[in-house]
Each structure stands twice: as C-alpha cells, then as structure tokens.
Ligand binder design. Structure first.
Ligand code: GCU
Length: 661
C-alpha cells in the first residue's frame, strides 16, 4: 500500500517541498518496481504528485509492458543501499536502485531537476553519497530546562519531538520533517540534547517507548534514530555503585540496556555521548581513558550494528584566566591524538570543525588530520548560536564548504577524512517556518547536500534551494534571494569579532556584542587586547604551541604572522594595532573598515529584501523584514561597541574620520 505523504499541520511552511516542486514528477505515466517499506513511501510521493498534476502510477509490471515516462526500479544488485542510477532513453526517465533509500533519493533527484528530468536523452549516471552518515543532532530537552529552555541554543521555538515533558502524541510534523530531511539527503538524527539531564537520561530505559514512537515517524523516509545518553547511566538508572567502563557489571548493564533498545527500535543508529565535557560525567572519574569509555558503548552496540558517537569536545572549562599557558584550542588534540588506534570499530570520534566552538571564523581543527586510525565524524553547527541566532541572515554554506575542502593532511580534505560522517546541530524547532528565520532553512538544506557531496559548489546548492522553495520564482526573486544570502556569512564576520579572534559575545546566551564579555571568565576564550595590540599567541615559538599541532604546510604557515592568512591572524598571533595585513591595511584600520562595511552591507541586503515584497508570500516577507530590522540594530551595536573599544584602547583615529564613540 502506498504510504500517504505526511500532512503538514495548518499554517506550517512547506520549506523546500512545496507541492509545486513536484509538478514535473506528476502528470506522467510512472511504473514502480520492487517492494519494501521505502518503495511504499516512493509510491505515496508519486501518487500524491499525480493527484495534483495528473498522471498515473502502475506497480510491478515489466518496463516493456506499456509506455512509461518514468520508471522507478528497485533491485539492481551492484549498487549500495543509498545509491541510484538515473538515465533517460526513448522518452523514458529511469531511476534504478538497490536499496529503498536509493530509490527515494533518486526520486528527489528528479524533483530537483524539474522539467529537465523529462527532456532530452542522457547516458546512465550513478549517484552515491560521499559520506554514509549524514546526521543531525537535536539539542532538545524533554523537560524544559531552567536556563537552556526546551531546545538548547534553539532559535526556532520549542521542540518538534517533545512537549509538556514527553514525546508529542501527534507526530505528523515529525513525519513531514523526515521527508524534508530525506529530500536533502540526511539519514540519521539524534533526538535529545548532548547535555543529558535527569529526565532525558531515562529515554534509554523506562521511557524508550517515546523514542520508539519518534523513530517510527522518521523511518518511512529513511532517517535512523540515535539517542544521547549519559555515561553515568548505570549509576543513574541502574542503581550500580559505579559507571567504570572496565567493570563487568557495568558492561553487562550496557549490553542489556542496548539489547532492549534494539528490541524496541530494530534499526536504531546508536548513542551520542558528551563525556568529561562541561560538567557531563565521563571515564576520567574512574581513571579510564576516553577510548575505554567509548569502547564500552561500542561493545554493547556492535552485535546490532550500531555506533557510538563519542564527542571530542573535551577541555577545561574552569580555567584561570591569569594562566596563559593553558590553551583551550589545544585541548581536543592533546586529549585524543594519543588514543589513535585504540577506538573500537563501532566507535566514531565526533570532532567540532574548529578547535574552539563554532565561531564565525576558526581554523580547521588539527585533530581532523591527526588520527588516521580512528573513524572521525566532523560536527558543524547549523543552529546559529554564534552567527546571529536566526535573527541575522547568515548563510553558512561558504564556511562549511571551505572547511570540507580544506586539505588537512597530505592528499586528504576534511570531507574525505570524515569517514565517520558529517554531523550538525539542528536549527529546527516547532516554529511555523521550522527555523525561526525563514531564510535559515537554506542552512539546513545546504548542510544535507554538502554532507552528500562535500565538494559541491555551495552557490549551486543555494540556487537549488531557491528553485525548490520558490518553484515559480521570477528571475528577480531568485536573484534577490541569492544576493541577500550568498555573501551574508562574510557580512556577519565583518561586523562581529575581527580576524579570527572569536567570542566577544555576551556571556551565557551569546547574542550581541560584549568585547570583554569572556575576557576574565573561566571558559578559556580570551583575546588579550590591551593598549598596544590584540590576539592570542599560538605559535610554537613564544606561544602556546597550538600551531604545531598541524601537519605540513599548515604548521609552518600559521607559525609566522608573515604567512598566516589575514582572516586567522588574531587566532594565531598577538600583534600590535599597527601591524600591516596582507591587504595593506593596519589591524586597527581593518577593524574600523570592516565594521562600517558590515553595517552598510546589512542595509543593502535589507533594501534588496524590501524590493522583493509582492514576490514572496506576505507572512514570509514580513517575518524576514522584522528580522532585518533586528539584524541592522544589532549590527550597528556591534560596530559601535567594537570600534569604540579599539579606538579607546589604541588611541588610533580612523583614517577616514568616521564617527566612533
Ligand atoms: C557550546 C554550547 C553549549 C553546548 C556545547 C556542546 O559550548 O554553548 O550549549 O552544550 O557547545 O557542544 O556540547
């Protein structure tokens, strides 16, 4: 039986799957061959398109039995589960796949192509994902947290999954979410926050049925469910005196708990663990290594084919700001590189893309190139914690693309090194636009597509998102959307913390400027600005040695301010305000100029958006307009605080005599 397409609750935006995006797939004579649950999903999709746009679907016949415009054929045996081959010959477009996911992804491929999927003739081409795991981590709490709320670092309302302290009864929206994720290639999702509080810990045991219900809603679109668990579960939930990974009773407890999970969710993906990090429990308490900790869970998951995603975000969050020898940027490498080769096959080490914490500009984490005998997953942040909190337009495609294409080790890019997959913190909530800022949908879509193909051209992905989301857009609208999104990350960088130095945000919630907000805090995030200069000396000579964690050529390049790229200069070096950048400007003049430019660029983008009124539906237009007002207010605040701070610190006037306070 074809599975009906999930119904969007009243008022919820269809994002990149509006009915009109299926116009070209509807109106055809379609043959579907093969069986299995995802084939029913595919059938449901095509049937829905036919209902809207005409055409009909036949199941099971031989391709020669009639004339078909489209054949979706499951059962070719030399392809992987997610691969598909598309071809067009004699007026018939064919998708062949071996696995149900492949067939579904092939169908969405045709949706992206639109009319082009049904014209001309093309030779067969096989598409396969570069990374087998393309995953979202939801930092959702089941119970509203007194400080972090329902969704930690969430800017799109409440949780899609949890409400009033339990899983939602009505999961239509979750089904529709799974569909959106499949359409951009995402195939795994973790349903709760990496900071596992008391209520959420119980999802693993007595509240497992709630997780199973969510897994059931995501499954028809090929999205596997994962769970964040507490390392202390055997103590918290099992009443054991210890959670020591080498203790037999502890191993037995995890084995049994995991067996029950698979009983309830046979295709369960595995666990996500934040251990010995920002107060979460971990193996250090028992004098054990992180490999021993991770392998405990890997052993429990292995019989069922599951994986533990063990996060490498381990650092001292109680640092003394007076101590200049400890460098948070070094921490992940220092903790984990000595363990290379010790992690079990079913353990994946999940590494944030930068060495600090999702800043607008960071170097790539040196850990990514330094553990050849470990399966690594790279973690990005789609939720805009440090990039405008979905009040600012900030499309992160170019940043992620730079990261993924970066040649971290000889011959390998970050995308190629991420053998354990690409993971991102989701930016979605129960907001009618899914992401609070309607244009932030582009970030989620782009993440999925880059996880499928890390060397994809981000601008082309953006245009794909525009074409799907606004299927009938006149050129003026498509160009306008491209214009306001394409450069928005660099604009954001211009009016916030300069030259890779990071932070300068208000402590706690991390929105808006506070130049010294974290300067005397225990979090290890400092810039050391004084009257003479600014930046963190991270060279091997005279610095924290962080630059030495890279291989050739990066270690040498970052070591000297002469060769260090401008955009990372203050991340790697403390320099005088008069230091001349490769651009020919002094550091302080660069700060002034970029901050004035950043605000001007927001003003321009706002004007472009205003000119699109009438081409975008009124609710969406109004929502983005309101966000631009706030972005402009905030950008001006950033500009004035940052410029005034450095003018006062340095005493150096702006060459162009602009107003600084
Ligand atoms: C950031 C973020 C936290 C989050 C942490 C993590 O520090 O501010 O809210 O818990 O990252 O990735 O674990």
């Amino acid at each position: 039986m074809p599975l009906p397409v999930p119904v969007l609750p009243e008022g919820v935006d269809p994002a990149w799957l509006p009915p009109a995006a299926f116009r070209s797939v509807g109106g055809r004579r379609t043959l579907i061959r093969g069986s299995g649950p995802l084939v029913e999903t595919v059938h449901g999709e095509v049937a829905d398109a036919c209902r809207r746009f005409g055409g009909r679907v036949v199941r099971g016949a031989e391709p020669g039995d009639g004339a078909y415009d489209l054949v979706l054929d499951l059962g070719v045996h030399d392809l992987g589960d997610e691969d598909y081959t598309v071809a067009r010959e004699g007026g018939t477009t064919t998708v062949t796949a071996f696995g149900g996911r492949g067939l579904l992804y092939g169908l969405f491929h045709l949706v992206r192509l639109g009319e082009a999927a049904f014209s001309g003739a093309w030779t067969p081409k096989t598409h396969r994902p570069a990374l087998t795991l393309r995953m979202l981590d939801h930092w959702d709490n089941v119970a509203v947290h007194p400080v972090m709320g329902q969704v930690e670092r969430g800017y799109a309302g409440g949780s899609l999954f949890w409400e009033d302290g339990r899983a939602r009864d009505e999961l239509d929206r979750v089904r529709a979410y799974g569909r959106l994720l499949a359409a951009c290639g995402i195939n795994a999702l973790s349903v709760n926050n990496v900071n596992v509080h008391a209520t959420e810990a119980r999802l693993l045991t007595d509240r497992l049925d709630e997780v199973a219900a969510i897994a059931g809603a995501l499954r028809p679109y090929g999205v596997r469910t994962h769970l964040s668990v507490s390392f202390a579960s055997p103590v918290m939930l099992g009443g054991l005196p210890t959670a020591d990974p080498l203790d037999e009773a502890v191993r037995g407890w995890w084995a049994e708990a995991t067996r029950r999970v698979y009983e309830a969710i046979p295709d369960f993906g595995g666990y996500v663990v934040k251990a010995d990090s920002e107060g979460q429990p971990g193996p250090f308490a028992y004098g054990r290594s992180h490999a021993e900790g991770a392998n405990l869970l890997a052993a429990a998951l292995e019989p069922f084919g599951g994986t533990v995603h063990w996060r490498a975000f381990v650092y001292d969050h109680r640092q003394d700001w007076r101590d200049r020898t400890t460098d948070r940027a070094r921490a992940a490498y220092d903790h984990f590189v000595p363990l290379d080769g010790e992690f079990a096959d079913h353990a994946v080490l999940q590494v944030k893309h930068g060495p600090m914490d999702f800043q607008v500009r960071e170097p790539v984490s040196p850990l990514i190139g330094a553990m050849p005998r470990t399966r690594l997953a790279v973690e990005l942040q789609v939720t805009q914690e440090y990039t405008g909190q979905q009040r600012h337009t900030c499309w992160l495609g170019p940043m992620w693309s730079e990261v993924l294409r970066f040649r971290i080790q000889q011959g390998s890019t970050v995308g190629e090194s991420a053998r354990g997959g690409l993971v991102a913190v989701s930016n979605v909530g129960d907001d009618p636009f899914w992401t609070g800022h309607p244009l932030a949908q582009a970030n989620l879509y782009t993440f999925g597509r880059l996880a499928w193909q890390p060397d994809a051209e981000p601008g082309a992905v953006l245009d794909e998102w525009i074409a799907l989301t606004f299927p009938d857009a006149p050129a003026r609208l498509a160009d306008g959307l491209h214009a306001v999104l394409d450069g928005s990350w660099r604009t954001y960088e211009k009016y916030t913390a300069p030259l890779g130095v990071g932070f300068m945000v208000q402590p706690g919630h991390h929105y808006g400027p506070s130049v010294e907000g974290y300067e005397y805090s225990p979090w290890g995030t400092y810039h050391f600005a004084d009257r003479d200069g600014i930046g963190v000396e991270r060279g091997v000579t005279g610095g924290t040695g962080f630059a030495g964690q890279y291989g050739t050529p990066w270690a040498e390049l970052y070591e000297s301010p002469k060769t260090c790229p401008d955009e990372l200069l203050l991340f790697f070096h403390h320099v005088p305000y008069g230091h001349v950048l490769k651009s020919g400007k002094t550091v302080v003049q660069h700060i002034y100029d970029t901050h004035f430019e950043g605000v001007e660029e927001v003003e321009e983008a706002r004007a472009v958006w205003a000119s699109l009124a009438g081409l975008v539906d009124p609710a969406r237009h109004a929502r983005v307009t309101e966000r631009y007002e706030e972005q402009l207010r905030s950008a001006r605040e950033w500009r004035d605080q940052v410029n005034s701070y450095f003018f006062r610190a340095s005493g150096v006037p702006d060459e162009r005599g602009r107003r600084i306070h």
